[in-house]
Design a protein around this ligand. Structure first.
Ligand SMILES: [Zn+2]
Length: 375
């Protein structure tokens, strides 16, 4: 059994539901310590955070990731128990196999291989690991980045181990993410009997022109790195359930995944403008979950493209699609950040799995990236 597979299995046996690390980082710390890393714990509240660094000079090349996993869902729907890693037909099944314990193991063995050959490498290799990525993500990477910044420790290059591959390992990496903002709109009307329209104000009717305004809006055209901004409504709630009552209010939740062409401020003012034209009795609450970030073509994109080509023969695609990741907390400090990991088609699902072969390919790719950057 390869060492990457062995480490993956050891991590997968630990039921590390957010924010419980369940001993994963202790295992990683012990491995890294034996290879010259200095371990620093930066725990916040119930979240465990590890900063491990080998070397004292610049540049700092960091691997970033998380040990926590999402809940399993109904256990009876799993073919094998989610915390008993099981290999079948070349795939290893367990919660966290693809997202992202396989990546953590591959990072560790990549470092082992690199250090064995280049003990006195230039610069530093680091690990930024948290147990709060799948949850609220308030006590994890964001806090470590603040602490590093406060003492002037700057990550230059960062590989996040999120599962980025689409159909084949290495066919896609993420070089940025769209921003994400949620809006919670409450339209306030006046409840009453349906038979007396003059006595009611129907918030559902008031929504109709707002809805058509919001859904017809072209937010931007995107740009070289980002697809056009998208607007989606996820929830509409109103009505009492009775057939003869006009409801007194309506609640609507929407989300925008936005490109770097827009800012939260411009989004807020454009949406408020559309609503203001139709209603003067509403409440709107915003929740910004992340700003867009982009790693433009440079040393890290070249190093990653070349590594993937060397190891797999694939020309990788630089993408900004997909959900958010902790890369959004690292990039604003000026680091070049790329997400590179295994195939993501089973993440968060029942019977999550990853290809056993891909684990070794991932490790080899991470090691090549280290060589391309630090040698
Ligand atoms: Zn993840």
């Amino acid at each position: 059994m390869s060492e990457t597979l062995e480490l993956t299995k050891a991590l997968l046996k630990k039921a590390s539901l957010t924010p419980d690390d369940a001993g994963c980082m202790d295992l990683m710390a012990e491995y890294l310590q034996q290879r010259g890393f200095v371990i620093e714990w930066m725990n916040v509240g119930d979240t465990k955070n590890m900063w491990a660094r080998r070397g004292t000079s610049s540049p700092i090349f960091a691997f970033a990731g998380h040990t926590d996993v999402v809940p399993t869902g109904p256990l009876e729907e799993w073919d094998t128990p989610p915390f008993e890693p099981t290999i079948k037909n070349g795939l290893i099944y367990a919660r966290g196999a693809a997202d992202m314990k396989g990546s953590l193991a591959a990072m560790m063995t990549a470092c082992d291989g690199f250090i064995a050959e280049h003990t006195n490498h230039d610069g530093s290799i680091a690990f930024l690991i948290t147990s709060d990525e799948e949850g609220p993500a308030t006590n994890g990477t964001v806090k470590v980045m603040e602490a590093l910044n406060a003492r002037g420790e700057k990550i230059d290059y960062c590989i996040v181990g999120e599962p980025s591959s689409h159909k084949n390992f290495g066919d896609m990496v993420r070089v940025g993410r769209r921003g994400s903002i949620n809006g919670y709109l409450t339209l306030i009307g006046k409840q009453g009997h349906v038979a007396y329209p003059e006595l009611v104000e129907n918030p559902i009717h008031a929504l109709a022109p707002i809805l058509s305004g919001l859904t017809a809006e072209i937010w931007d055209e995107g740009n070289e790195y980002f697809p056009p901004t998208s607007f989606q409504i996820s929830n509409i709630n109103s009505g009492t359930g009775a057939t003869n009552v006009v409801p007194g209010s309506l609640e609507l939740i929407f989300n925008l995944r936005f490109s770097s062409e827009l800012t939260p401020e411009t989004i807020k003012s454009r949406i408020t403008h559309i609503i203001d034209q139709q209603s003067d009795n509403y409440e709107l609450v915003w929740n910004l979950s992340g700003l867009p970030f982009i790693t433009e073509r440079g040393e890290l994109t070249s190093a990653v493209k070349k590594a993937i080509m060397d190891v797999t023969g694939l020309q990788t695609e630089l993408s900004t699609g997909g959900g958010t990741s902790d890369g959004r907390f690292i990039a604003p400090y000026g680091a070049q950040v790329i997400e590179l990991g295994p195939i993501n088609d089973t993440i968060h699902k029942i019977n999550e799995c990853v290809s056993v072969d891909d684990l070794d390919t991932l490790s080899a790719t991470y090691q090549k990236v280290l060589e391309n950057i630090l040698l």
